[in-house]
Design a protein around this ligand. Structure first.
Ligand code: PLP
Length: 421
C-alpha cells in the first residue's frame, strides 16, 4: 500500500494556492457593505494591474464561457459578419455561441494540433470587408496550440472589427499586451492561471469594443456589460457576487503581483519547454509541435495505446488527475498542464510517474530518461539565472528566436547549456 496524495494536474481547474483557499473561510460577509466593497474594489484594481491594461476590467460569477457568451451578446448585433478562428474544441465554442446569437460567422478551421495563420485571417478580412469581429483562442487548451495573437491583432486593428480573445488559458502563460497590441476584449477565468476554484470570469473591454456595444441589438440580461461597469465603478457587482471566490481572488492576485506577472508566464513557459524536452526524450510525439503553447502540453500516446490508460494510471497509481483528449482526440492524447500554481516538483513526479505507467504497459522505457531531461533543463536554467544571463535563448539572441513558449524540442535548453558552458 502507498499513500496517494490527490493532485489536480489539469489545465483547469488547476492546483489551488493555499492562502487563497484559506481566505475563502472569511465569506460570512455581506456584499453590500463597505467591508466587501473594499475587497471587491481592490480585487478589480489588482486584476487590471496583472492583466496590464488601462481598459475596463469586469468580473462575473460564471465559468469562462459566461464571459465568452457576454462578449457576443453585448457587443454584436444579429447578422453581424464575424470571423472565427477555430483550432479545437474551444474555437468550436466561439462558432457555436456566434451561431446561437444569429451572427454571420465565417469559420476558419484548422486541423487539431495546428492553428489558424495570420495570413488566413488577413485573406478573410480582405474578402469580408464588413467584418465586425474576429474571435480566437490565445491558447487552444484542447490541443495545446497557441495562436499568433499579436500578428492577428495587428491585422484587426486596421479594420472596424474588434478582436475578441479567449485568453482563458493564454493569460499567465504567454505575453499578452492588451493595450499595445489592441486586444479589444480579453476573457479569462478563475480556475486557470489564477490558482483558485472555478466560478469567476473576467473580461477587459477596450473603448473600440464599447463603441461596438453601443449599437448591439442582441438580447441579454444577467450579463450586462454596461450595468456591470457601472456597478464596478461603485465597488459592487450587479448581482450577488461569488463572495468566497472574490476573497480567494484577492489573495491570489496579491501573490501574482508579488512574483510578477512576467515570472508567472516564464514559470509556465519553462515548465512547458522542459516537458517537451522530457516527453521527446521518452520517444513520445508532441501533438501541437509547430505552435506549442505553454498552458498545456498535449502528447500523443504511444502507437497502439489508448491515452485513457495513461490518464487512468495516474489516477489509480498516483492519485493524480491529468486530462485525456477532448472529442475526437479522446484516447489519442493526454495533456500535461503548466498554468498557474505548478512547479518543477510537480513535473518531476509527473514524468517519473509517466515512465512507470509506460513501463507497466510494456512500452520500452529506460527509467530516468525523461526525468534526466527535466533535471538538465532545470540545472541549466538555474545556472544561467545565477550567472545573470538571460534565461531564455531568444533573449540571448540565439536559438530559434522564439523563446520558451515556441521552443520546439527543448532547443532553448541546449542553447542555455552552451551559454552556461
Ligand atoms: C477552460 C477554458 C474555457 C472555459 O471553460 P469554462 O468551463 O466555461 O470555464 C474556454 N476556453 C478555453 C481555451 C479554456 O481553456
Amino acid at each position: 500500500m502507498h499513500i496517494r496524495k490527490q493532485r489536480l494536474l489539469t489545465p483547469g481547474p488547476t492546483p489551488l494556492y493555499p492562502p487563497a483557499l484559506h481566505a475563502m473561510m472569511a465569506s460570512d460577509i455581506h456584499h453590500r457593505t463597505e467591508d466587501f466593497r473594499k475587497v471587491y474594489k481592490q480585487a478589480l484594481t489588482d486584476l487590471k494591474d496583472v492583466m496590464g491594461t488601462s481598459n475596463d476590467v469586469l468580473c462575473f460569477a460564471a465559468s469562462g464561457t459566461g464571459a465568452m457568451d457576454a462578449a457576443v451578446s453585448n457587443l454584436f448585433s444579429r447578422g453581424d459578419q464575424v470571423i472565427v478562428c477555430s483550432a479545437g474544441k474551444f474555437g468550436e465554442r466561439w462558432a457555436e455561441i456566434a451561431k446561437a446569437y444569429g451572427l454571420d460567422a465565417k469559420v476558419l478551421t484548422s486541423e487539431y494540433g495546428s492553428v489558424v495563420s495570420p495570413e488566413r485571417v488577413a485573406a478573410a478580412l480582405n474578402e469580408q470587408t464588413r467584418t465586425r469581429g474576429v474571435f480566437l483562442q490565445a491558447c487552444e487548451t484542447s490541443t495545446g496550440a497557441e495562436h499568433d495573437v499579436k500578428a492577428i491583432a495587428g491585422l484587426v486593428a486596421k479594420t472596424d472589427a474588434i478582436l475578441v480573445v479567449d485568453a482563458i488559458t493564454g493569460f499567465g502563460t504567454m505575453p499578452l499586451e492588451i493595450d499595445a497590441w489592441g486586444l479589444d476584449v480579453v476573457v479569462t477565468g478563475s480556475q486557470k492561471s489564477f490558482m483558485i476554484p472555478p466560478g469567476l470570469a473576467f473580461m477587459s473591454v477596450s473603448p473600440k469594443a464599447w463603441a461596438h456595444g453601443a449599437t448591439s441589438d442582441l438580447p441579454h440580461y444577467y450579463f450586462n456589460l454596461k450595468k456591470e461597469k457601472k456597478s464596478a465603478d461603485a465597488g459592487e457587482s450587479s448581482w450577488t457576487p461569488a463572495t468566497s471566490l472574490i476573497l480567494a481572488l484577492g489573495e491570489a492576485l496579491k501573490y501574482v503581483k508579488h512574483i510578477g506577472i512576467g515570472n508567472l508566464v516564464e514559470n509556465a513557459q519553462q515548465l512547458a519547454c522542459a516537458t517537451r524536452r522530457a516527453v521527446s526524450a521518452l520517444g513520445l510525439e508532441l501533438f501541437a509541435a509547430e505552435h506549442p503553447g505553454s498552458a498545456v502540453t498535449a502528447v500523443r500516446a504511444p502507437k497502439g495505446m489508448d491515452s485513457g490508460v495513461i490518464v487512468k494510471g495516474f489516477r489509480t497509481q498516483f492519485g493524480s488527475i491529468i486530462t485525456n483528449g477532448q472529442g475526437s482526440m479522446k484516447g489519442q492524447i493526454f495533456r500535461i498542464a503548466h498554468l498557474g500554481y505548478f512547479d518543477f516538483t510537480d513535473l518531476f513526479g509527473l514524468i517519473a510517474g509517466l515512465e512507470l505507467i509506460l513501463h507497466a504497459n510494456k512500452i520500452p522505457v529506460k527509467f530516468g530518461t525523461g526525468v534526466a531531461a527535466l533535471q538538465e533543463f532545470y540545472a541549466a536554467a538555474q545556472e544561467a539565472s545565477a550567472a545573470g544571463r538571460p534565461s531564455s535563448c531568444s533573449r540571448a539572441g540565439q536559438g530559434c528566436g522564439t523563446g520558451w513558449s515556441q521552443c520546439r524540442t527543448g532547443r532553448c535548453a541546449e542553447v542555455l547549456e552552451a551559454v552556461t558552458a
